[in-house]
Every structure is written in structure tokens, then in C-alpha cells.
Design a protein around this ligand. Structure first.
Ligand code: C2E
Ligand code: CA
Ligand code: CA
Length: 843
């Protein structure tokens, strides 16, 4: 037991179990009760037995006494004399009569009550002497008186047990119901009178009073309230004084024979005449001529026991009720509060940690309550802690958000607004313009040239300072209603609002253009960074800022193409171009599936022997409504959208298959080659080499017959290292051609870094070659250098005979151009490959 003492459930349980022990206690009480029942019965039967034995003795004594008296009377000389005289038919002398009569009357008087009449009988059973009940004539015992007033039986013949008296040879008692006198039963006791020689001379017969027997038997008998005593005949019939009371009923259940044989009283339980169950004791007289029964209602004997039994039942019932209540109460003592604890714990589990849990109990449940409450408290603390942490974090987050917002609306470097802010402001202005178009808005897209060069050559710090200097100029020049934003890199966008007419926009653009022609002095460097400006003026068709900015960007791109320091207004043509571009962009994804692509093949001629060496495959889009679209228009878009991957693979397979088909269709010798243009995005694709390998494998084409054209600008792109993929292509055995040489920024000295087989000189060189001698010289040295590094040279865009002649003189290897053939369809190209060319060159 813990410190809880009497409060503890353990203690309560002990109490409970002690109480449970009371059940066996009750059981033992019950057993004792049963025993007491037995004892009680024993007591009653003992009393009954005792009673019957005592009565039997009294009766025995009584009858013995009667017999004795009968014998005494029979032996009286007077009786003998009287009987003798009567037998001999003598006249009885008066003195004999007087003496016998007096003595008989004396005995009769003395024994009156116990016995009734005493009679003297002759041997035939006839009453010869019988004193009257009240004696002879008032005590007069004279012979005369006797003769005049004799007893009422005189002269009667008495039978003994229904037989003649002669059957009686010695003193005997008759049955109880054999003799009736005056409406009453009497038992007769007869004693033979013997004369002097021992002959039976007569009998003395006494009427034994049954009333007296009943009297002596019933005197001082008291057993319970229903206790009864009977004297019965041998057959079990109750003796009666009055004949009228006699019913001849036999007491059933009484086995006198058994009792006689046993020689002791027997006990039995049986149904009495009354219909009641009784307990009875019965004893047989020593000669079996009568029996004594003492009986008592079993109900009376069992009544106290039954009462006790009822009481026990009540006590046990009450005990059980009490015990049950106790258990329920004891149970409630812990399951109810336990349930409360469970409910509280569930509440805590549901997240309600604020409601205190009752901890007033001082038992184990109290300990449990405290533990749960502790749990609740610690949870609450954790939640509070969490709350404060969340609050802290939220504050931090808010601060960070503010910071982020600041950063998000400002360009970090220049402090100008950023794209988000400009877009937002412009959107507002567009909305306003839509409701009132009197105030124009304009967007200018700025791109500054040389910025990349400055960054690369003078370092990023100078580049950054240049951008800041540009921002400063915007800040100084622009009005408050205007907004300049940096879009990243060297791209700036300016929004002019509340402009009066287009003229003002153009003037502002010109002014800004002029402003940026001025050099920036940064860290001692004098940097000129001219602006290219794309201009857009508000128009009702613009729905949002993005559309205006996009068009300004397009115009700026055009301005850049047009050369340094230009302003280009986004006009109808640019708008159409943009729409066109958009349309192509939307339809490009379906060109392969819808079979709208077509390849044209332009022959490449070897100057040595003037033979067709192969073709370059050139893509066309046969648009169902727009007609034939040139690759310049859609290939860049396909590159932007990534569609070039799918299209490029199609071109490669188609070109390779076509070459094999020509071989078969025109019986070619299998030496011709096909040049396939591959875009940068294709080369950068991780699957390119696998795809190329697959194309070769499936077609079975000798890899040497395939020439991959990669433009100079792709090869030279500083952002992507093409070295690896170029090497992989080479490893497949495929030839490599550097396309459009002369348009990029590569220098001749870098040529040998990449292992190209062929150098294709851009057509701008070919066209310039004739016009300037310098160009021609450059051309010459390019060809020589290429040859020195083991490359073959192809001249592109050769249109005239003179160009051919010139190229021959420069020892160019191959020629491609309209002069020999335009791009041809597959059939024409096949034919071209199969016939020798007829060229006549002027000397
Ligand atoms: P490119 O690779 O330099 O192709 C040569 C272009 O010059 C072709 O234009 C061709 O028709 C044209 N050309 C040939 N000879 C002459 C000539 O004597 N005079 C003039 N003025 N032009 C000549 P095309 O077919 O319109 O292709 C233009 C460009 O589109 C190609 O330039 C190439 O960069 C690209 N391209 C064409 N086909 C493909 C292709 O299948 N894949 C990829 N990625 N780009 C392709
Ligand atoms: Ca090409
Ligand atoms: Ca080219």
C-alpha cells in the first residue's frame, strides 16, 4: 500500500474481498441452521418416544393391577364357595351369598373408576353374581337385599373375545372393542376360579374402564400445541369409551408389528387422519395387545426451522443486495472518476489544453488525474512556446517579405524599378488610356551595345558601374510621370505616360538616343555604349503591359538589326510579322504528324573535275494556307520552342534514307554524300548521339557519307561547350562541316581547335570577294589556312561564273550555289546526281 492509506483503491479492494468472505460465513450459518433443524427433530422425537414409553408403562401397571385384583377375587374362598355351589346346582346358602356378594361389592366399590362392574360367572359364562353400581340397598348387604337388588348383568352370558368363556384358562384381558355395556366399550379381564381340586368352577370378570385408560394416558401429556396421544388396539384402532365415537379408523403409517418385533418405540413421518403430515412415535405393549401413539404435526416441529430458514433467506438476500450495492459503489468509486480522466485525456488529445483537470482526489486516480494534468500543462507550454515561436517566425517572415517586396520592386544594382513594378504601372496606365485616349502612353525598349564587351574586357565591376551610369541618365532625363526599369542584363524599359501625341514620343526617343551617344567615364575608362530603341505607342488593341513590352522588344530587335543607335517604331509590318510568327509557333507542333515538311536538296560540286559530290538537305514547310515557308522563318522558332528536336530527327532520317533511295533508283556508285544542318539545340540534347547512332544503324549508311553542318556561331557559343558532342559525332565516323564561316566572331586561329573536315564559307564573303580586292585576299588566306589544317573548303552562294573562276583561282575545293543548282526536290536532285554536269567556264 502506498502513502494513500485508507483512500487507496487497494484498501477498498481488500474491504471488498473481506465482504466477499461473508458469503461462506452465511453458508456456514445456513449449515448450522440445518443441523439445528435436525437437533430440533431429534428433540421432538425423543419427547414423543419418552411419552409413549411412559404411557405404555402406566397402562402395563394398570392392567397388571386389574389382573392381580381379578386373581385376588378369584382366589377368595367366598368366591370359590359361591362358584362351587352354583356349579353343583346347589341352593346357595345365604351366608355364602352374603359373603361373596359383600366381598364382590367391596372390591367393586374399591376399584370403581378404574374398573366398572365386577362379575362372577359360572363355567358357562353366565353372570351369577353382580353387584349393582351403588351397592346393595344402601349398604344393606343382607342376602335378601342382594336378591332383590342385584346388578344389571346378572343372568347374562358373557363372551370373551367373541368366544365362550371356557376358552379362558388363565387370567386374560380381552380386546378393546369386544364388549359393550350401556353404550360404552369396556375391556374385560377374566380370572378363572378354581375349586379345591383345581377344577375351573367359574370366572371373575372385571369391566376395565376405557375412559380411565384414556384418562391416565392423557394426564400430564403436553407436547407442543398439536401433540396428541392415542392408545390403539393391536390393529391400530384408537380405543374409545363411547361406542358412538368409534369409527373403526385404523392409524395408517403405524407399523406395530415392526415396533413389536423391535421391542422399542419407532419413529415415523406420515399423513394423519386429519390430512396433516405428522411425526409420530409408536410403541407396542410387551404382548402386542395394544399400542401407544404420540404424534405431533410436522408443520409445528418444522415451523421454527422454517421461520429460521426464511430469516436466513432474508438475511442472505439482504446480504447479497448489500454486497452488490457495495461492489457497485466501490466500482463507481474508481470507474466514474477514471472515466472523467479518460474524457479529460481525450479532450487534451483533441487539442483542448486550456481546461484544467480536476486533481482533488487523493487516491491512485488522483495520481492519474495529476499525471494527465501534468501532461496537459506540458503540452500547453509546448503550444505556448510554439505559438511564440510562430509569432517570432511570422514577424521575421513579414520583415523578410517586406525586404523581398522591396527587392521585388527594385533592381538591386541600379535602384531603378524592376520588371514587376513597370508591368504593374503600365497595366494601370493602359486601363486609364482605354477610358481616355487623349493621353498617350509609350513604351521604349533599350538595348545597349558593347555592354558584353565591357563586361568581358573591363570586368563586371565596370559593367555594373556602366549600368548604374545608364540608370543615372534615365533618372536625370525622365519626367516624374515617366518610369524607367531595368529588365536584367543591359535591357532597360521606359514607360512614358501623359504624352501629347506621337511626335512627342519620337522627340523623347531621339533625345534619349543622343544622351546615350555621350561617353561614360568609368574608373578612368571612356566607354561609349549606344542604345538601340524599340518604340511602342499605345493602341486600343493592347490589353495589357506584357503585350506592349513584347512589341517594344520586337521593335528593339529590329533596331539592333538596323545597326547601332537606331529607333524603330513597332508598326503595322512588325505587327504582321509578329502575328505570323505566332501562327507558326502554334502550328509547328503538328508539322511532322501532318506531313507538312519537305526536304530540298542543293548539289555540292567538286571543282576538281567538276563532279557532283553530294547535296545539302534544306528544309521547307509546305503550309496548307501560307504556302511554302522558308527555314529562316520557322527554324529559329522551332529552336525556341524545342520543336527542332522532333523536326531535326525527321530531317536526318529523311536525308539519309533519300540518299540510299537515290543509290538504288539511279544506280549510283554510293560515293555521294548528304549534308544535314543541325541546330544548336539539337546538339545540346542529351539523346542526340543516341539518335544519330540509331539513324545510321537502321539505314545502314556508311557514316562517312553523312556530313553534319554546324554553324560557326553555334561552335563558338561561349555558353555551351560543343567540344564533347563534336568529338562524339566524329567518333561515329560522321564528317563535320563548319557552316556560315565568317558570320560569327571566330578568328582563323581558333579553327584548328575544332576537328572539322569541311569549312563552308558564308555567301556574304563570296559576294564581297568580287567587289574588293581585300576581301579576295582574305578569302585566299582563309582557304589556304583551312587547307593547311586539313580541311576542305566549300564556297556557298556561288551565283556567277566569275565567282566560280575566282574560287578556282583561290583553289577552293567545292562550290554550292545557284550557279550550278538551286535547291531541288528529291527527284530532280537524284537526276542531278546521276548525270555529269555540263559546265563551260570562260577562260
Ligand atoms: P544555309 O545552311 O547557309 O543554307 C544555304 C542557304 O543559301 C539556303 O537557303 C540556300 O537556298 C541558299 N542559297 C544557296 N545558293 C544560293 C545562292 O547562289 N544565292 C543565294 N542568294 N542563296 C543561295 P535556305 O534553304 O532558305 O536556308 C536558309 C537557312 O535555313 C540555311 O542556311 C540554314 O541555316 C537553315 N536551314 C535550312 N534547312 C535547314 C535544316 O534542315 N536544318 C536546320 N537546322 N537549318 C536549316
Ligand atoms: Ca548549311
Ligand atoms: Ca551556310
Amino acid at each position: 500500500m502506498s502513502s494513500l492509506g485508507f483512500q487507496s483503491i487497494k484498501f477498498k479492494l481488500i474491504v471488498m474481498f473481506v465482504l466477499a468472505g461473508s458469503v461462506p460465513m452465511l453458508m456456514s450459518i445456513f449449515l448450522i441452521h440445518i443441523q439445528s433443524n435436525q437437533i430440533m427433530q431429534q428433540q421432538v422425537t425423543a419427547e414423543l418416544t419418552e411419552s409413549v414409553i411412559a404411557r405404555d408403562l402406566i397402562l402395563e401397571e394398570h392392567i397388571d393391577e386389574v389382573r392381580l385384583n381379578a386373581d385376588v377375587i378369584a382366589s377368595l374362598p367366598s368366591m370359590i364357595s359361591f362358584a362351587d355351589a352354583a356349579q353343583n346346582k346347589n341352593v346357595i346358602p345365604d351366608h355364602v351369598l352374603e359373603l361373596a356378594g359383600n366381598e364382590l361389592a367391596l372390591f367393586q366399590e374399591r376399584m370403581w373408576g378404574r374398573t366398572h362392574h365386577i362379575m362372577l360367572l359360572d363355567v358357562n359364562g353366565q353372570v351369577i353374581l353382580n353387584a349393582p353400581h351403588d351397592g346393595w340397598l344402601g349398604g344393606n348387604t343382607s342376602t335378601l337385599s342382594m336378591q332383590l337388588n342385584h346388578g344389571k348383568h346378572l343372568g347374562k352370558t358373557i363372551e370373551f373375545n367373541g368366544q365362550s368363556m371356557s376358552a379362558v384358562t388363565e387370567t386374560s384381558a380381552s380386546g378393546y372393542f369386544d364388549y359393550i355395556d350401556d353404550g360404552h366399550f369396556f375391556q374385560l379381564v377374566a380370572s378363572p376360579i378354581k375349586d379345591t381340586i383345581g377344577q375351573v368352577a367359574g370366572y371373575v370378570v372385571l369391566e376395565v374402564s376405557i375412559e380411565f385408560i384414556q384418562e391416565i394416558v392423557h394426564s400430564a401429556f403436553q407436547i407442543g400445541e398439536t401433540g396428541k396421544l392415542f392408545v390403539v388396539s393391536r390393529e391400530g384402532r384408537e380405543i374409545h369409551h363411547d361406542v358412538s365415537a368409534y369409527s373403526g379408523h385404523v392409524h395408517e403409517g403405524i407399523k406395530f408389528d415392526d415396533a413389536f418385533r423391535a421391542g422399542k418405540p419407532l419413529i415415523g413421518k406420515y399423513i394423519a387422519e386429519s390430512g396433516q403430515e405428522v411425526i409420530g412415535a409408536f410403541v407396542s405393549s410387551h404382548d402386542g395387545s395394544w399400542g401407544v401413539i404420540a404424534e405431533i404435526d410436522a408443520a409445528e416441529v418444522e415451523a421454527p426451522v422454517r421461520a429460521q430458514y426464511r430469516m436466513f433467506l432474508i438475511i442472505t438476500g439482504l446480504g447479497f443486495c448489500g454486497f452488490g450495492t457495495l461492489i457497485v459503489f466501490t466500482g463507481r468509486m474508481f470507474w466514474k472518476p477514471m472515466r472523467e480522466v479518460v474524457v479529460a485525456a481525450e479532450r487534451v488529445a483533441d487539442g483542448d489544453v486550456w481546461l484544467e483537470i480536476d486533481t482533488t482526489r487523493s487516491d491512485e486516480i488522483g495520481e492519474l488525474q495529476s499525471a494527465v494534468d501534468m501532461m496537459r500543462l506540458s503540452l500547453k507550454q509546448q503550444i505556448d512556446h510554439l505559438d511564440s515561436t510562430v509569432a517570432e517566425r511570422t514577424a521575421e517572415l513579414e520583415y523578410a517579405n517586406e525586404q523581398l517586396h522591396h527587392d521585388s520592386v527594385h533592381d538591386k544594382l541600379t535602384g531603378l524599378a524592376n520588371r514587376v513594378v513597370l508591368t504593374e504601372m503600365l497595366n494601370k496606365e493602359i486601363l486609364q488610356y482605354k477610358s481616355d485616349s487623349s493621353n498617350l502612353i509609350s513604351v521604349m525598349f533599350f538595348d545597349f551595345d558593347r555592354f558584353k564587351v565591357v563586361n568581358d574586357s573591363l570586368g563586371h565591376a565596370v559593367g555594373d558601374s556602366l549600368l548604374c551610369s545608364i540608370a543615372d541618365r534615365f533618372n536625370n532625363e525622365l519626367r516624374d510621370t515617366d518610369l524607367a526599369a531595368r529588365f536584367g542584363g543591359d535591357e532597360f524599359v521606359v514607360m512614358l505616360s501623359s504624352v501629347n501625341g506621337e511626335q512627342e514620343v519620337h522627340e523623347a526617343a531621339d533625345r534619349l538616343l543622343k544622351l546615350f551617344e555621350e561617353p561614360h567615364i568609368i574608373s578612368g575608362h571612356r566607354i561609349v555604349s549606344t542604345a538601340s530603341i524599340g518604340l511602342v505607342i499605345a493602341d486600343p488593341r493592347y490589353e495589357n503591359a506584357d503585350e506592349m513590352i513584347r512589341d517594344a522588344d520586337t521593335a528593339m530587335y529590329e533596331a539592333k538589326l538596323a545597326g547601332k543607335g537606331q529607333v524603330v517604331l513597332f508598326d503595322e509590318q512588325l505587327y504582321k510579322d509578329a502575328l505570323f510568327r505566332q501562327k507558326l509557333e502554334e502550328e509547328l507542333p503538328f508539322v511532322v504528324d501532318q506531313d507538312q515538311l519537305k526536304l530540298m536538296y542543293q548539289p555540292i560540286i567538286g571543282l576538281d573535275g567538276m563532279v557532283v559530290l553530294g547535296v545539302e538537305s534544306l528544309i521547307r514547310w509546305e503550309h496548307p494556307t501560307l504556302g511554302l515557308i522558308s527555314p529562316d522563318k520557322f527554324v529559329p522558332i522551332a529552336e525556341d520552342t524545342g520543336q527542332i528536336i522532333e523536326i531535326g530527327e525527321w530531317i536526318l532520317r529523311e536525308s539519309v534514307n533519300q540518299l540510299i533511295e537515290w543509290d538504288q533508283a539511279f544506280g549510283l556508285d554510293g560515293s555521294h554524300t548528304v549534308n544535314v544542318n543541325v541546330a544548336k539545340r539539337q546538339l545540346c540534347h542529351p539523346n542526340f548521339i543516341a539518335m544519330l547512332t540509331d539513324v545510321l544503324k537502321k539505314s545502314g549508311l556508311d557514316p562517312m557519307r553523312l556530313k553534319v553542318e554546324i554553324t560557326e556561331s553555334t561552335v563558338m557559343d561561349p555558353r555551351h561547350d560543343m567540344g564533347k558532342v563534336i568529338k562524339q559525332i566524329r567518333d561515329l565516323g560522321v564528317m563535320l562541316a563548319m557552316d556560315d564561316f565568317g558570320t560569327g566572331h571566330s578568328s582563323l586561329s581558333l579553327l584548328h581547335e575544332f576537328d572539322f573536315d569541311i569549312l563552308k564559307i558564308d555567301q556574304s564573303f563570296i559576294q564581297g570577294m568580287e567587289q574588293s580586292r581585300e576581301m579576295s585576299a582574305v578569302m585566299h588566306s582563309i582557304i589556304q589556312l583551312a587547307k593547311n589544317t586539313g580541311m576542305c573548303v566549300v564556297a556557298e552562294g556561288v551565283e556567277s561564273e566569275s565567282q566560280v573562276a575566282c574560287l578556282i583561282s583561290h583553289e577552293c575545293d567545292m562550290i554550292q550555289g545557284y550557279y550550278f543548282a538551286r535547291p531541288l526536290d528529291a527527284n530532280e536532285a537524284g537526276k542531278f546526281l546521276s548525270f555529269p554536269i555540263e559546265v563551260e567556264l570562260a577562260a
